[in-house]
Design a protein. Sequence first.
Length: 327
Amino acid sequence: RELLTLGSIMHSHILHLFFMVLPDIKGYDNVFEMMKKYKNLVEIGLNLENLSELIIKTIGGREVHTLTPVIGGFTKLPKEKELKNLLKLLKENKENAIKTIEIFSKYKRDLKFKRKTQYLSLRRDKNYEVLYGNIICDKSTFKPEEYRKYIKEYEVHYSTSKFATFKNNSYMVGALSRLINNGKYLPKKVKKYIRIETNSPFSNNIAQAIEILYCIEKAIEIIENLKLKKEKIKFKSKESEGIAVTEAPRGILIHHYKINKNGKIKYANVITPTAQNLRNIEEDAKEFIKYFTKKKDIIYFLERLVRAYDPCISCATHFLEVKFQFH
């Protein structure tokens, strides 16, 4: 499950960095225009993207909406020769991951914008955690089942999405939050690349690049120590309640379900990373807009700010409609 999660994180980060962020950095509207001059950079992204898809397909059965993970185990395990091939490709692509960090670490113009905020992620022992653990923010730690005490959802009249606060203030989740909270637990070969400006949302892009290398290193470690064993944990449906928090690529993902005696879900609450980041994006935008006076600059740079958070792909495209009011 961890290997599958690492593949998903890689896949999401690569798509965002190479096909959404990089054209901005190089001054193009889209990746197709950028390819004419920077074909080599796009090829790095495509090689890594193909690798991430192979991880997901090998473990999950297909690239999208995986089939094999079920309650109590997996319906099908990967073949040994598939894992050997995956291991070979992971080792071959470490250099591409390092190049990715170098590409996105060079671009520092937007990093001048800073605003203090709160960073939430998972924490379990001394791990760079993606699957289990408690939720941590600075010196505060709480269990997943306590999320309603600390994270408050609310509605606003101008959005179809709910917003969320932690201790009544905005907060950020995602790669940057994980790196700030757990970066000290990364392997030395990955940790040495951490050179980020905290309090800048644009550092999230560099954090994602660092996580790609981590995903590769960790995937190699898992495969080399993986002892495949077909097993299925038996279970019976009963009336119950369950709460879990995992790290999705874009940040902590909260699932809360109540189930009746027939195994049917009678209550569900899901808090996505993008919904949790919305208030923080809004607070950043209020400050960031002060840097610009021209309309075209405001639209262009606000789009970049939103994209730095890596919201869902439809939100990360060139989309922003700004209503100007002059006083």
